[in-house]
Design a protein around this ligand. Structure first.
Ligand SMILES: [Cu+2]
Length: 303
């Protein structure tokens, strides 16, 4: 089902952008509060390079009446690399066209926004803010390079269905991003982006599409000592987002185990995933330790 955005240009500076595709829950993503297969998810942000995740679950296709339209507007009209772009997101009930003004928390946030570029070399997970008495969420974001980006927005209207919507946008300016194809590098131990941790990924012997697979992130310090006092991130032991190399499939994965606020854990955090099709994917794992966000990414091949 395709949504589209209208141009509602009140100031001549705000322009509603093309929409991509409405993704019914259960198609590539899943979110559900009480799915036995996942526990939680988390999200976090880091400045200048945000990362976050969510979880995936299995959902039924929603009745059409419960679908929503989402408008993405941005200011300036042409997002430019290295410059702040204000993103404005508003949600309306598809049938009535009424704006949605109340939302439920999903993983501790009212709305999650994940941004990647075309080759998945850039990843951000940020949380637009909802102003009281407002009809829209806003966030200011700076795209690092020009090129094509894809945005996924995840939210749950009060009493409604958790919804994931994707948009594509083009960013102009410099530097110009030079896309590099994702490769199956078989590197399953990496340093975190801040180089303070070592993260290993343990995979089943065979990752096959349409089968549940437990993927396990194991977090150690730089000397290889296992970290056993990870903290909850977005109400979970960690978060993982997995996106296919063609940037069509998006999985929000939550750990298989739930945690409360006093939780300390690690070094292993397990996520149950179900890949919708064979191919190459990139997986980001996000964790929190001593108040710091720990992020690493891996490339996975699914047969
Ligand atoms: Cu989020």
């Amino acid at each position: 089902m395709y949504l589209y955005n209208m141009t509602k240009n009140l100031t001549n500076k705000i322009f509603i952008r093309e929409e991509d595709k409405f993704i019914p829950m259960g198609h590539g993503i899943d979110h559900e509060a009480n799915n036995s297969n996942h526990g939680k998810q988390q999200k976090h942000e880091q400045h200048s390079q945000h990362h976050q995740q969510q979880q995936q679950q299995h959902h039924q296709q929603l009745p059409i009446s419960n679908h929503y339209n989402v408008n993405l507007q941005y200011d300036s009209i042409t997002p430019e690399a290295g410059r702040q772009t204000k993103l404005i997101l508003s949600v309306t009930e598809q049938k009535s066209g009424n704006p949605i003004r109340e939302y439920e928390l999903v993983h501790d946030k009212l709305m999650h926004l994940i941004i990647v570029n075309e080759d998945l070399s850039y990843f951000a997970h940020i949380h637009p803010t909802f102003e009281d008495h407002s009809e829209s969420f806003t966030i200011v974001h700076t795209f690092p390079e020009s090129g094509r980006y894809k945005l996924w927005i995840d939210f749950k209207p009060k009493g409604g269905n958790q919804t994931l919507v994707a948009f594509r946008i083009n960013v102009t300016g410099h530097p110009i991003h030079k896309p590099a194809a994702l490769v199956h590098d078989r590197k399953y131990t990496k340093e975190s982006l801040d180089r303070k941790y070592q993260i290993s990924l343990k995979l089943p012997e065979k990752l096959a599409a349409h089968n549940d697979a437990d993927i396990v992130f194991s977090i150690s310090d730089v000397e290889g000592r296992p970290v056993t006092d990870l903290e909850p991130l977005m109400g979970a032991g960690g978060h993982s987002v997995i996106i296919s190399s063609d940037i069509r499939e998006f999985l929000h994965v939550h750990p298989t185990e739930e945690v409360d606020h006093s939780w300390k854990g690690g070094p292993d955090i397990s996520f149950r995933s179900n890949f919708p099709k064979p191919g190459l994917y990139k997986a980001w794992g996000q964790f929190q330790h001593q108040g710091r966000l720990v992020v690493a990414d891996f490339n996975l091949k699914v047969s």
